[in-house]
Design a protein. Structure first.
Length: 162
């Protein structure tokens, strides 16, 4: 599948909200528990430092990422990102294109480090991708993520110097 990664525009919001909510509903990767509606989704995505979408040849949004500061003040040079790929399009290296683009955009936005706070240990595809792209695991936080079924899973923070 051929995709291009571009900065989002408000016309992309309905598809972005649908994809974001798929991941939230799965309850195994994002810490959010509440799905977005058109109003909260517009506010959420427009509040990010940078937000991009992956579009297929037909112009359909098949994935997205958000990029924002991970902290403030003396730690404001560290950013954080989240990625979502449509369930129907997973396994086509769209996530990799999103992560690679986010590394470029993070540096362009003036950040020096991209940090992931809570990669669920069982998310082996994401962890493999991050390690392939040069991210370093900082350790493991036991039972740091509450899964949708109520069980707890370990999380693995990662970082990448830009």
């Amino acid at each position: 599948m051929s995709v291009s990664v571009v900065q989002f525009n408000n016309n992309d919001l309905p598809q972005m909200i649908r994809i974001w909510n798929e991941v939230v509903d799965e309850g195994i990767a994002f810490p959010q528990e509440q799905v977005l509606n058109p109003h909260s989704g517009k506010s959420f995505f427009n509040a990010q430092t940078y937000c991009a979408v992956a579009k297929n040849n037909y112009g359909d949004v098949v994935g997205l990422y958000i990029l924002h500061p991970n902290n403030v003040g003396r730690c404001g040079h560290i950013c954080n990102a989240s990625y979502a790929v449509s369930k129907d399009c997973r396994g086509h290296h769209i996530g990799e294109k999103l992560v690679v683009d986010s590394l470029k955009q993070a540096k362009h936005q003036g950040f020096r480090i991209l940090q992931f706070n809570a990669v669920v240990e069982s998310n082996v595809y994401a962890r493999h991708l991050y390690e392939k792209l040069g991210f370093v695991q900082l350790g493991t936080i036991p039972e740091g993520f509450r899964m949708k079924d109520g069980t707890y899973a370990n999380i693995c923070p990662y970082y990448h110097t830009l």
